[in-house]
Design a protein around this ligand. Structure first.
Ligand SMILES: Nc1ncnc2c1ncn2[C@@H]1O[C@H](COP(=O)(O)OP(=O)(O)O)[C@@H](O)[C@H]1O
Ligand SMILES: [Mg+2]
Length: 223
């Protein structure tokens, strides 16, 4: 589904020093994968996830999503592609505090123009899988961190995106909630065949993933 071919990305610091954040990354991600990008802090995990998720541009190389080279798209095409195909989960849950749990979960479906009946049914369905169906009327800040992150996951997967990217989703959770979140995401991967790629060095994430892509200093050392 996604191919990266010799992708390079540099960051320029205020000093004359240049950081080679992605150093000739070539990688295939298949439909239905449950994979983790791992490696020590600063090795390039977030940069790689943001490149795959069409959030950031790279300096050279190709990134092909469903046979389309996304490096040639303009900003408008890039945001349309993001909205249509990619779901994001971040370390800080990034829920909208003024919307209820069910409104948060349905938020992207509403942006995409789905009908209210379809949204209501789908919100119930994903909330059931993620075990937050008894909190649909609550506001995000009334929930525990673990529950908030499951709402963020529900929102990301509600539109059935081709790919879900999760950057350190367990970083703010204790071990019990991390394990629970990972088991729920694994169920989603199995029940709905959602392709999920994590960036993490958390043991629970690495243990439960089916494939590990290990980065060091911006290149893949093992996969
Ligand atoms: N916006 C930025 N400006 C300058 N350097 C950056 C920026 N983002 C990341 N970097 C550098 O790129 C490298 C990879 O960072 P990152 O992808 O965030 O690593 P990780 O997510 O694995 O901790 C690091 O050396 C980091 O300091
Ligand atoms: Mg990171």
């Amino acid at each position: 589904m996604i191919q990266l071919k010799q992708v390079h990305k540099y960051f320029h610091r205020d000093t004359d020093k240049e950081v080679h954040a992605l150093d000739s990354i070539s990688l295939d991600i298949e439909d239905g994968e449950f994979s983790v990008i791992t490696g020590t802090s600063g090795c390039g995990k977030t940069t790689l996830l943001n490149a795959i998720g069409v959030l950031d541009r790279v300096d050279s190389g190709e990134i092909v999503i469903d046979s389309e080279d996304i490096t040639t798209l303009d900003e408008e095409q890039r945001s349309a592609l993001r909205l249509e195909k990619i779901g994001f989960v971040f370390q800080a849950y990034n829920l909208l505090p003024v919307l209820s749990v069910e409104e948060n979960i349905g938020f992207i479906m509403r942006l995409r123009g789905f009908g209210e009946d379809v949204i209501a049914q789908r919100v119930k369905e994903v909330a059931g899988i993620l075990e937050i169906d008894n909190r649909l009327k609550a506001m995000p800040l009334q929930l525990s961190g673990g529950q908030q992150q499951r709402v963020a996951v529900a929102r990301a997967v509600a539109v059935k995106p081709a790919l879900v990217l999760a950057d350190e989703p367990t970083a703010n959770l204790d071990s019990k909630n991390s394990e629970h979140l990972m088991r729920m995401m694994k169920s989603l991967n199995e029940i709905e065949k959602t392709t999920i790629v994590f960036a993490s060095h958390d043991d629970y994430v690495v243990e439960l993933s089916r494939r590990q892509i290990i980065l060091r200093d911006g290149h893949v050392v093992s996969q």
